[in-house]
Design a protein around this ligand. Structure first.
Ligand SMILES: *[C@@H]1O[C@H](CO)[C@@H](O)[C@H](O)[C@H]1NC(C)=O
Length: 305
């Protein structure tokens, strides 16, 4: 029932992709449903190209297109890993094994994927530079970061979240500012558990550049999370066609190669542990489309210490 409702909402263009992982397994067991879904997918793609949702995680921005911000409006930043030699990169990396990734979180029915994505990248760089892994508060971003494109459960952008964390003097812990999955009043006066100095954008549409960054730290990545290829992912390396209407934020926490030679990005999602591979996913890496699988190479960025 929840799945049907989500499908209907998606058809109407109200899908809260950022907030809702559809029940993929139930559907894939039903071939009639799958056929209907293919149809819907084609319709959805046609509709979604007309109104590209850009504020990540914003269900309402799909309808009103308010807050649209195209990638060419990004102010160019430095890229500290530009001179890293590709030959010097590890062949595989998994930041979980280095203790730089907190357990999978669940954003629930709040379109604040942008906060989860920015927090995952921040938790990573904080652990790498201080040796301490601290789970940080997405809710502080949802409640207090209301500037530029960041509008709590109505969507936001990771770079704007980084800007807020810098200006705010850091972010507090998850335990002292628990997640509620709803917009709330900003509780000021909370201690900052983790700080960052800045942020940088990875050069767009360049998976080799993204690899240099991910080899050094977890990176925030925007994807077309509304595409059915993404929505119905249930394990393995995600391959095949996927759109590039960026509407969801996740974090690249590694990369590798399967035994049959398929290269992949290891990603952390924020849709709970029952989605994908215990909440994580692997997406095909180095595909012919420079924008990457589901647009993952279009707008990656990371915080700096
Ligand atoms: C990369 O190398 C070029 C040429 O030596 C230099 O100008 C640039 O500053 C270097 N970039 C970084 C981030 O160190």
């Amino acid at each position: 029932m929840a799945t049907l409702k989500a499908s209907i909402l998606a058809m109407l263009g109200f899908a809260f992709f950022c907030g809702a992982a559809l029940a993929a397994r139930d559907l894939s067991d039903d071939s009639a449903m799958v056929a209907r879904h293919e149809q819907w997918m084609a319709q959805y793609r046609a509709a979604s190209t007309k109104t590209p949702p850009r504020r990540l995680g914003g269900s309402r921005s799909i309808k009103t297109n308010k807050g649209f911000k195209s990638s060419n409006m990004r102010i160019p930043t430095g890229f500290r890993y530009e001179n890293v030699s590709a030959d010097a990169l590890p062949t595989t990396i998994d930041w979980r094994t280095k203790g730089a990734v907190t357990p999978i979180k669940d954003q629930g029915q709040c379109g604040c994927c942008w906060a989860f994505s920015a927090v995952a990248a921040t938790e990573g760089i904080v652990k790498i530079s201080t040796g301490k892994l601290v789970s940080l508060a997405e809710q502080e971003l949802v409640d207090c970061d209301v500037h530029d494109e960041d509008q709590g459960c109505e969507g936001g952008l990771m770079d704007d979240a980084f800007k807020f964390i810098i200006k705010n003097g850091g972010l507090t812990t998850e335990s002292s500012y628990p997640y509620t999955a709803a917009d709330g009043k900003c509780k000021s006066g909370s201690n900052s558990a983790a700080t960052i100095k800045g942020y940088e954008d990875v050069p767009a549409n360049d998976e080799a550049a993204l690899m240099k960054a991910v080899a050094n730290q977890p990176v925030s990545v925007a994807v077309d999370g509304g595409d059915m290829t993404f929505q119905f992912y249930s394990g393995g390396v995600m391959t095949g066609s996927c759109g590039t209407d960026l509407d969801h934020g996740i974090a690249a926490i590694g990369y590798g190669k399967t035994s049959d030679g398929t290269k992949y990005w290891l990603m952390k999602n924020s849709w709970g542990t029952t989605w994908g591979e215990n909440g994580y996913l692997r997406m095909e890496k180095d595909i012919s489309d420079k924008r990457g699988m589901c647009g993952l190479a279009m707008e990656p960025s990371y915080p700096t210490k």
